[in-house]
Design a protein around this ligand. Structure first.
Ligand code: 1CP
Length: 349
């Protein structure tokens, strides 16, 4: 048996149970805005070496928890570990973000795609999860995560980041059969990967659908939501006698919050373009809500940050089911002192 949680407000809020203060964590809370992260990153040499070392991944996961009174830790890894394990050859070019040496170009490439074994090619992630969980010793819960099938497919077909999504949308329109096969294989891979993270010690899981919001209404349901539904249906929802909450997040997905709530997930991430009071109406009390401060508020002074935090808390209003977060990841040029202001303001209420 592992140590009981000393602070379970994050889990309770996701299960819509009462809490005595609103829990808070920050998307990308471990990362380049922290000087101590940059030091470890330099020591590791490259980004994937940092992810592959359980000790270093654990160290950078713990860094933001030493500075701020956060209510959850998130595994330090990346969503692109799955395509890497499928053989696409992930690497990071200086200042350019992620790139794949072997992107998906044809129906034959899709057919040949393997479904990775999480306890083989991705064992390094499970090792990091176990070590982080042990190191946390029940301080706060550990979040495991993955990308959504559509978001992973975008990187797999584009070969890296993109502005217009031309290649992946081109494949979606011209060869929907191959696109569905790729999404189905990816959904199977994500499901077994997240279940392995749960077995290794993740106490909640989150699916990042960063690019679902570039799709039309019809295509979102067919090519993104359907496969997140497949994942929600396939996840272990209890482990070690504890409920494992599942959160879905589609950036720019405000109009689909009602459909997302119907998947049977526990929580939904909301970006800053949708007011939380509106998100509550759309989801009719079916799920908890996580968000949704504009990350750029952190460029402002302390008084402005406190006022903007208050507005988010007020927009959620009364009742359980709110996890405070940014509406997307923290920017790399933010001063960490401003993050402390934010976290303390959330707890002050
Ligand atoms: O050089 C560096 O140090 C790399 C920067 C970096 C970091 C800190 C990358 C490369 N990934 C990460 C960590 C990471 N990525 C976490 C860690 C845990 C935490 O939150 O503290 C998480 C959850 C992710 C998830 C991730 N990676 C997403 C989904 C969430 C989101 O922010 O939208 C996406 C889209 C990625 C891809 C990716 N990996 C890295 C970069 C720079 C990117 C974005 C590339 C692009 O703009 O398309």
């Amino acid at each position: 048996m592992s140590a009981p949680l000393k602070n379970d407000t994050f889990i309770r809020a996701l299960l819509k149970q009462p809490v005595d203060r609103t829990p808070v964590w920050i998307m990308r809370q471990a990362g380049r805005y922290l000087p101590e992260y940059k030091e470890v990153r330099a020591q590791a040499g490259d980004f994937m070496s940092l992810c592959r070392s359980a000790e270093l991944a654990c160290e950078v996961t713990m860094q933001p928890l030493r500075r701020f009174d956060l209510d959850a830790a998130i595994l330090f890894s990346d969503i692109l570990t799955i395509p890497d394990a499928m053989g696409l050859g992930l690497h990071f070019e200086a200042g350019e973000g992620p790139k794949f040496s072997n992107p998906i170009k044809s129906a034959a490439d899709v057919k040949a795609l393997p479904i990775p074994d999480p306890n083989d090619e991705l064992q390094y992630v499970m090792n990091a999860v176990s070590l982080i969980r042990k190191t946390l010793d029940g301080k706060v819960p550990l979040i495991g995560f993955s990308g959504s099938p559509w978001t992973l497919a975008s990187y797999m077909v584009e070969g890296g980041g993109t502005k217009d999504f031309g290649k992946v949308k081109g494949m979606m329109f011209s060869d929907p059969t191959s696109m569905h096969l790729m999404l189905d294989k990816t959904a199977q891979s994500v499901t077994s990967y997240l279940n392995a993270q749960i077995e290794a010690g993740a106490q909640a899981v989150m699916v990042f659908d960063t690019w679902g919001g570039v799709l039309s209404h019809e295509k979102y349901k067919e090519f993104s939501l359907q496969y997140m539904q497949q994942i929600v249906d396939g996840l272990k929802r209890t482990h070690d006698g504890q409920t494992i909450p599942v959160t879905l997040f589609t950036k720019n997905g405000g109009q689909w919050l009602g459909d997302m709530a119907d998947t049977g997930c526990d929580g939904l991430g909301v970006d800053w373009t949708t007011d939380l009071s509106r998100a509550k109406e759309l989801t009719k009390g079916k799920v908890a809500l996580q968000g949704n401060l504009d990350p750029s508020v952190l460029y402002a002074d302390d008084d402005t940050i406190k006022a903007e935090v208050k507005k988010v808390l007020t927009s959620f209003g009364d009742g359980p089911g709110h996890v405070f977060n940014l509406g997307h990841g923290i920017h790399q040029h933010i001063n960490p002192d401003r993050v402390k202001t934010l976290v303390d303001a959330v707890h002050a209420g």
